[in-house]
Design a protein around this ligand. Structure first.
Ligand SMILES: *Cc1c(COP(=O)(O)O)cnc(C)c1O
Length: 366
């Protein structure tokens, strides 16, 4: 007799859908047989790898057959110095998605509820659902986190709340006073995860430095990544900053050698390459103006964004526009799976890449 292997799967897993990634350039090339494709779909850094990173990676070839430093000693030291926390508060991950999963694994059980906002990053429901927890999606306010409503959603079953600041895919952000007042009101037995994947792009004080709050809030977890402004998306590197106690627990579920030697070296190199980060921020600022200018020209509404992307309301079902952009060799990101069927999320690229999108969209809509 055969088995139903779907029915055998954990109930939480049965309800999951695989993550939908941005379409790879090579895939579109295969499908259409065209080149000169521009990918503005995954919030990657368009300026390429830091030259310092390339040098650091090459040096790692020498010991490439050895396991990496399991504790990431030197990278943690470099991060520790940069953000002024103890290395014992840092947990490294294979991308910040890895640490988001570790945090949920440590604290969330199947009888718990996990709160996040409508249009929040899809990894939060994926990790909570895979543990069999109940997902509590709180309706958004002007596309962002509605913090008072999220507080109201807390019950005695709530164990974790995810807040991205800035948020993806909407680009919305929360200021110091509202976010801090929220964290203060969350019960101590509920872990608050603030996901700061885009924080380096925010150079003024419109978003808070939540790392400074860690001494005040023991239930706070801050996650960051090297995938965006630091340009290491391919190397998969992120980290969580927590109390030393939570860090110790994360270290129990962390897979041995979850961060490879090349990524460890790359992280140190790019943290030391201040010019790279500044360039990334400048290119992003210019590109943001370019995309906003195009929205105004075409009379399209957009969600003001603090990230490296702009989410634009096409004023109609966006899927046909996405398809037409593909035919012109421009890959952007549909966000219907985030219940935003009329929007497209455009990652900010280099000037000529943004221009190719702008020209293509202008042709499609005229
Ligand atoms: C891109 C992104 C991440 C980072 O993912 P990595 O696994 O570090 O590449 C985390 N959170 C949000 C909201 C993101 O948009």
């Amino acid at each position: 007799m055969s088995c139903d292997y779907f029915e055998l799967a954990n109930p939480g897993i049965q309800k999951l859908h695989p993550y939908l990634a941005g379409k790879p350039v090579s895939e579109l090339e295969r499908e259409l047989g065209i080149s000169n494709i521009v990918k503005l779909a995954s919030n990657e850094n368009p300026i390429g790898l830091s030259e310092q990173v390339k040098i650091a990676i090459e040096k790692e070839f020498t010991d490439g057959c050895r396991y990496p430093d399991a504790n990431g000693h030197y990278l943690k030291a470099a991060i520790s110095e940069k953000i002024d926390v103890s290395p014992n508060q840092i947990t490294l991950g294979n991308g910040s998605n890895d640490v988001l999963e570790m945090i949920a694994k440590v604290y969330v059980q199947s009888h718990h509820e996990v709160i996040f906002a409508q249009h929040a990053f899809c990894v939060y429901p994926i990790v909570a659902q895979s543990l069999g927890a109940t997902l509590v999606e709180v309706p958004a306010k002007e596309w962002g986190n509605d913090l008072p409503k999220m507080l109201e959603a807390i019950t005695d079953k709530t164990r974790m709340i995810f807040v991205a600041n800035p948020n993806n895919p909407t680009g919305t952000w929360l200021g110091e006073s509202e976010l801090k007042a929220f964290v203060r009101k969350v019960p101590k037995n509920v872990i608050v995860v603030i996901d700061e994947a885009y924080t380096e792009y925010v150079t003024d004080d419109s978003i808070p430095n939540t790392i400074e709050w860690l001494s005040e809030f023991e239930n706070l977890v801050v996650t960051r990544t090297f995938s965006k402004a630091y340009g290491l998306a391919s190397l998969r590197l992120g980290y969580a900053v927590t109390s030393e106690e939570i860090c110790g627990l994360l270290n129990r579920v962390r897979q041995p050698f979850n961060v490879n030697s090349f990524s460890l070296a790359a992280g140190i190199a790019v943290l030391n390459d201040e010019a790279y980060l500044q360039k990334a921020i400048e290119v992003n600022k210019g590109g943001m103006q370019q995309l906003i200018g195009n929205c105004e020209e075409l009379d399209l509404k957009y969600i003001p964004s603090a990230g490296n992307f702009l989410t634009v309301d096409m004023g109609q079902n966006a899927m046909p526009i996405y398809q037409k952009l593909l035919l012109k060799g421009v890959i952007v990101r549909p966000v219907a799976n985030y219940s935003m069927p009329n929007h497209l999320r455009i990652s900010i690229g280099l000037e000529f890449e943004n221009q190719k999108y702008v020209d293509s969209l202008t042709q499609i809509l005229s």
